[in-house]
Ligand binder design. Structure first.
Ligand code: NAG
Length: 767
């Protein structure tokens, strides 16, 4: 989305705290919907209002009744009312990245002062728990429906953000499920299901409509003067198909998402919203999207005015619609589509296609079914927001996501009885808004880290720096309290002033003098020193890793409204941590070595380019992808796994007579080509807790393949001495395959090394 520029509505979307005078005093109490037959009996005879017909028939009927101007009115995010047919104006733009969020279509009021604010996506991803991803989506959509029923939100939400967290500096990395395409794919499908799936199992209808964004290869906002609006992402065919596209593909094919948003940037010289191959070709043609394609807000305007890709506004509008875009966020289409038609650049057939996709989505949402109170979810209301259970889930996600990065001599958990006094230091120690990150609403309430810790033991607080920028640390005061307490918790890191939409980082160290403060405080502390890093992206905290006085390090993402409670739960051992890093933590030197604009995932030995993410980067890390400790100990045992898998080939296949390094993953080859891996996992430590099992494979080195890739993950909860079983079903073509230089999916022949923690197993793939 674009930052505030055009209207008050857009302003609302970006202000984190909304001054109260922006909120209408008495908010509207009725939801918007069409076909209100109780108010207007004439509507009864209209086929598009008649639920006994299928969606396609109803949409065709509606489209056939509209004038060209009325049609164009339904191609923009602020769709125009058609009073003569009982259709109200509708605002498409609502947000729900990790809770119902303030946006042009969504507001809070005295009736609904808040909604449950879950941890920012990057921390939810760190749970590696897909039932949980879906559970979050389900709570968000229930709260959304409840708000819709009292006229405070629409039904179309532009979430999740499933771009790959390609570079540690990206300001919006916090919004994503991390750097791994398979984790992101599973997050996308699960979160979308949670938002969209109805409890009555009717798959033709939607609870709310989700949207996977920003399609595609979008992961630079503003870095050293380079802007997302005009950035041309130069992406190889191979990287596109095995890194950037998979989350979108899974979102459409596995999640059945109702919408995809095209991004601002260009991919290989073409703006994504004006690329018929990417939209018509892939999203519609290959993936068969059942829904609408929406442009990012002002994408078309930027295509014309920043990128100079098109010569006139009319040409721009025509290009986007003809490429497959159905809905335009903001006003570009409503201002230019008619002129485009008059100039013969755009025809009514294309317009009909676009609005049919838009109307079909609204029909699946029940918008054309009359009075919402008579429909499923019609009885939800303010009482269904911020329930104890919903807020408890927000706390649980944070508990499961928080990553224990270092814990020397098992100094954590702290004993709430042995520790009599605690120093709580740092600019994020009393964080509230910082905890909910961006794309947020008003939370039900906040529990700051300090508040959470204070519930267990008496604390003394000192901020150490006036804010996270920490230009000058106030070291003496912090040292004084640190020296006198039994233990020290330092809550450091970033906030939206360091990393956010429209602002990427240049450095990935702790901001300002935070490092100095941490080191100085650690020197004088007599007990354990726990460094808590609150941030979206990774931080180079090598100094803390190496400092024996800093006994533990926790990464807590932006942990949501209950973040402080979850941090305290972990520190005092009420919950054993089980989160794993969903992205590589690079050293600061990486930022000197790598231009953020270089999209290449693979290392290039010729230029010294080190590559990106755990799949390709071989250089030093501060903490690797998948890292995360627990308070217990878990042993793994391989129970059953094949040593050999044969890929059947038809007679006369060229690879039967000549030696091939890989074969095409074609549909007929792939049928039933799967195997199981059984593991037993035992809690051999002293504490109950969850354990995250990550199964990786290192394929044979052909086609510049990844050095390692995630095949599967599973989370289990075990009591001390308890043993659990994990079964991974591996689809050879989907999970074990790789993408070659031309974007074709291949099965590499030869030895694949499978690994879970220190356990390894060789699997031979033969023909
Ligand atoms: C309308 O425009 C589309 C896209 O340019 C084109 O494929 C189609 O043939 C046109 N249809 C008519 C009826 O002119």
């Amino acid at each position: 989305m674009a930052p505030a520029k055009h209207s008050l509505l857009i302003l609302l979307c970006f202000a984190i705290t909304i001054p109260s005078y922006f909120i209408p005093v008495s908010s509207q109490n009725k939801p918007v919907f069409a076909c209100d037959v109780s108010n207007n009996r004439d509507l009864r005879s209209l086929k598009f209002c008649d639920q006994s017909f299928d969606v396609k028939t109803r949409v065709a009927d509606l489209v056939s009744r509209l004038t060209l101007q009325e049609k164009i009115g339904w191609m923009s995010s602020t769709s125009k009312g058609i009073t003569r047919l009982g259709i109200p104006e509708y605002q498409w733009w609502s947000e729900a990245l990790h809770g119902v969020a303030r946006s042009p279509g969504t507001q809070f009021s005295s009736l609904v002062p808040g909604a449950t604010s879950f941890p920012q996506t990057i921390l939810a991803a760190a749970t590696f728990n897909d039932p949980l991803f879906e559970a979050i989506g389900k709570v968000v959509s229930t709260e959304a429906r409840a708000m819709y029923n009292v006229g405070l939100t629409g039904l179309t939400f532009w979430a999740p953000n499933v771009n790959i967290f390609r570079d540690p500096r990206w300001g919006r990395g916090q919004e994503t499920p991390g750097e791994d395409p398979s984790l992101s794919s599973r997050y996308a499908a699960a979160y979308v299901k949670g938002l969209q799936q109805r409890d009555d199992g009717d798959i033709n209808r939607l609870k709310v409509a989700a949207c996977c964004k920003h399609y595609t290869a979008y992961d630079l906002d503003f870095w050293k003067g380079i802007e997302r609006y005009s950035f041309n992402a130069v992406v190889t065919r191979q990287d596109l198909d095995d890194t950037f596209q998979p989350p979108f593909k899974s979102c459409v094919l596995d999640g059945n998402v109702a919408s995809v948003m095209c991004s601002y940037n260009q991919v290989n010289g073409k703006p994504t919203c004006g690329d018929p191959d990417l939209l018509n070709g892939v999203i519609r043609g290959q993936w068969n999207l059942n829904g609408y394609i929406v442009s990012d807000c002002d994408s078309l305007e930027k295509m014309f005015s920043s990128q100079h890709y098109t010569k006139t506004p009319e040409e721009t509008a025509a290009l986007a619609v003809n490429s497959g875009m159905d809905l335009n966020c903001n006003h570009f289409i409503s201002s230019n589509a008619l002129a485009a038609v008059n100039r013969g650049l755009l025809n009514e057939t294309a317009i009909n296609r676009a609005i049919s996709n838009n109307f079909a989505t609204m029909m699946r949402l029940g918008f054309f079914d009359g009075e919402p109170s008579k429909q499923l979810y019609g009885n939800l209301g303010p009482k269904d927001l911020c329930t104890e259970a919903n807020q408890e889930l927000a706390r649980e996600v944070a508990q499961q996501g928080i990553v224990l990065l270092k814990n020397s001599e098992n100094s954590l958990p702290l004993s709430p009885t042995a520790i009599k006094t605690l120093a709580v230091i740092g600019p994020n120690a009393k964080a509230t808004e910082t905890m909910i990150g961006n794309y947020a609403g008003t939370p039900c309430r906040y529990t700051s880290p300090w508040e959470g810790l204070m519930r267990s033991v008496p604390t003394i607080y000192d901020p150490g720096c006036i804010n996270v920028l920490c230009k000058t640390a106030q070291i003496e005061g912090a040292k004084r309290i640190a020296a006198s307490q039994d233990a020290v918790v330092l809550v450091m890191g970033s906030d939206q002033s360091i990393e956010r939409e429209t602002m990427d980082r240049v450095d990935i160290t702790l901001p300002g003098q935070q490092q100095l403060l941490v080191s100085e405080v650690a020197k004088v502390s007599k007990g354990p020193v726990i460094l808590v890093i609150m941030s979206g992206g990774g931080m180079d905290v090598q100094f803390a890793k190496d400092d024996p006085k800093i006994t533990s390090i926790l990464w807590v993402g932006f942990p949501g409204e209950a973040g402080g409670a979850a941090i305290s739960d972990i520190i005092f051992g009420y919950h054993s941590p089980s989160g794993r890093l969903p992205m590589t933590w690079y050293p600061q030197s990486y930022t000197k070595q790598v231009e953020m604009t270089n999209m290449n995932m693979r290392a290039d030995p010729k230029t010294g380019y080190p590559g990106r993410t755990y799949r390709f980067y071989k250089g030093p890390t501060v903490f690797p992808f998948g890292h995360g400790l627990t308070y217990s100990e878990f042993s793994h045992n391989l129970v059953d796994a094949p040593k050999l898998v044969y890929v059947p080939l038809e007679e006369g296949h060229v690879c039967l007579s000549t030696k091939c390094k890989s074969i095409d993953a074609l549909e007929e080859t792939c049928k039933n080509l799967a195997f199981d891996i059984h593991l037993s996992v035992k809690n051999v430590g002293k504490m109950r807790g969850s354990h995250t099992v990550l199964l990786f494979s290192s394929p044979p080195q052909v086609h510049n393949s990844p050095q390692k890739q995630l095949l599967g993950f599973e989370k289990l909860h075990l009591m001390p001495e308890e043993e659990g079983m994990v079964r991974f079903n591996i689809d050879v073509c989907k999970q074990l395959s790789l993408v070659d230089e031309n974007g074709h999916r291949k099965i590499a022949l030869g030895q694949h090394l499978l690994h879970v923690a220190s356990l390894t197993h060789f699997l031979n793939v033969g023909i």
